[in-house]
Design a binder for this molecule. Structure first.
Ligand code: HAM
Length: 462
């Protein structure tokens, strides 16, 4: 263990151990990271299409922010990364973002309705496995200030639209209503009475903790609890008139928009703040254990419970790691990192590479170069690896003449045994030899415009 000397500066071990990312976390490197860029930019576009603005909150908060997420939930009881910081404050890395966004809403009092989206990482101390990580990433939305069932429909439709925009086809929307402060207590008592009758058949954990929150038993995946809850009373059969009308309007809205859903009375979700509408998106192409690619619901009591004015709210969060697994399972490779469009090969001192890449980038193109005065061969290799379709070559001859050779790196290779150069048509002038070989030499001042023209033409073709 690293010990601290009296001055407080950390003392590091003499031999550096092999350093790896912590268990349950991972690194994302290019080109894979290009898929993450498109996951977030696509979400930003879908959220903005319905008037949601980006909100950014801290990755850690006072632990009290998350206690309302649910004292009876695994997320708070077992999985939270909480600790005392150097100032003695008890803080926690966020296990989810809704509570942080509610805290921000109460603190800043924006005008309602307030519709926001977010993207970021969350931390839960869980047993790592495919689709379950200790640091994982979500995109999500939250909407405050309206209890209108049509807002529930808007929220669920946006998640749906996002999956569709990514090309995912095999997603199921699972829906339930958990009632409200009027009808939930009565249902809770009914459920508790039923579970007490069957207490001996429940899993060990739930036999001991039935009274904490009997709804948690509905969420238990163990076969013994499942066998009991299959016959349990259902909240949807015990909704008050208002909740019943709200749920009917939600269902009618989804049907009007052509969004297929399945009602699942046991869907209570792993957080305690939900009222009325709760939902999950299931990836049908994924393994059953971690197939929830997103979930959310209404939390009409949470703002008041956290110290704000009575304000209804609803939202969802979607897990990016699981969405990528679903994309893989559905054969959607997605975009890799966007490669560069032009590569400057300069073996005449490097000034042209320095200036041309800057000019190309200022013109909106993606341009790269080599550093350290590498050999022409090494630079051409780097140009090939970069994915550029165009190389701009500046050797001593070009530099002296104020010219640049533009080389097309995407020419189809000549078929073996065939002439590389088409025979000239009789009576027509042959093009200059440089052009025939897929390259052309241009005046320095014309190069950037010519690269722009070619890149644009290529984009139009496909
Ligand atoms: P959640 O169901 O806890 O809800 O998480 C939402 C999604 O995050 C899950 O469906 C899953 O895709 C992903 N996820 C959760 N835990 C992990 C993990 N350990 N590893 C990988 N992915 C994971 C919430 O977080 C609520 N804040 C959603 C919400 C927003 N409700 C209302 N507004």
């Amino acid at each position: 263990m690293t010990q601290r000397p009296p001055d407080g500066a950390p003392r590091y071990p003499a031999v550096v151990p092999e350093l790896r990312h912590p268990a349950g976390t991972f690194d994302v490197l290019p080109p894979e990271s290009g898929r993450w860029v498109s996951l977030v930019t696509t979400f930003a576009r879908v959220a903005a299409s319905a008037g949601y603005g980006l909100v950014i909150t801290p990755t850690f908060e006072d632990v009290a922010v998350f206690q309302r997420v649910g004292e009876s939930t695994d997320v708070v009881r077992k999985e939270m990364y909480d600790f005392d910081d150097r100032g003695g404050r008890h803080v926690a890395l966020r296990p989810e973002m809704t509570a942080s966004v509610v805290r921000a809403y109460i603190q800043h009092r924006p005008a309602a309705p307030w519709k926001v989206w977010y993207a970021g990482s969350n931390f839960r101390y869980e047993r790592p496995q495919a689709g379950r990580h200790r640091e994982f990433h979500q995109v999500g939305i939250e909407a405050f200030g309206s209890a209108d069932a049509d807002l529930d429909v808007e929220v669920m439709a946006l998640g749906w639209e996002y999956y569709a925009a990514l090309g995912l086809r095999r997603i199921d929307l699972v829906l339930n209503s958990l009632g409200d402060a009027t009808c939930r207590p009565g249902y809770r008592d009914l459920l508790l009475a039923y579970l007490l009758e069957h207490c001996a058949e429940l899993c060990e954990e739930h036999q001991g903790r039935l009274g904490d929150n009997p709804l948690r038993v509905l969420d238990c995946k163990k076969p013994e609890c499942r066998a009991v809850t299959a016959g349990a009373p259902r909240q949807t059969d015990h909704l008050c008139d208002d909740c019943s009308a709200h749920f009917a309007r939600v269902r009618a809205g989804l049907e009007a928009l052509g969004i297929a859903y399945r009602i699942e009375p046991a869907l209570v979700r792993g957080l305690d703040y939900y009222t009325r509408t709760t939902f999950e998106y299931t990836g049908l192409a994924l393994d059953g254990a971690q197939n929830a690619v997103g979930g959310g619901g209404r939390y009409d009591g949470l703002v008041a419970e956290m110290g704000g004015n009575e304000t209804p709210g609803i939202g969802f969060a979607l897990g990016l790691e699981r969405i990528l697994l679903a994309c893989d399972a559905e054969g959607l490779a997605g975009d890799g990192a966007a490669g560069v469009e032009a590569f400057v090969v300069d073996f005449a001192g490097g000034e042209a590479a320095r200036d041309l890449t800057a000019e190309l980038r200022a013109a909106g193109l993606r341009a790269e170069r080599s550093f350290d005065g590498r050999s022409p061969k090494a630079q051409f290799k780097a140009a090939d690896r970069s994915g550029a379709s165009i190389a701009l070559v500046v050797g001593p001859d070009e530099a002296a003449a104020g010219r640049v050779t533009l080389k097309d790196l995407r020419r189809p290779p000549a078929e073996p045994g065939r002439l590389q150069r088409p025979p000239a048509e009789p009576g027509r002038l042959q093009r200059p030899p440089a052009e025939r070989a897929g390259q052309v030499t241009l005046a320095r001042e014309d190069v950037v415009a010519e690269v722009c023209r070619r890149v644009r033409a290529r984009a139009e073709v496909g």
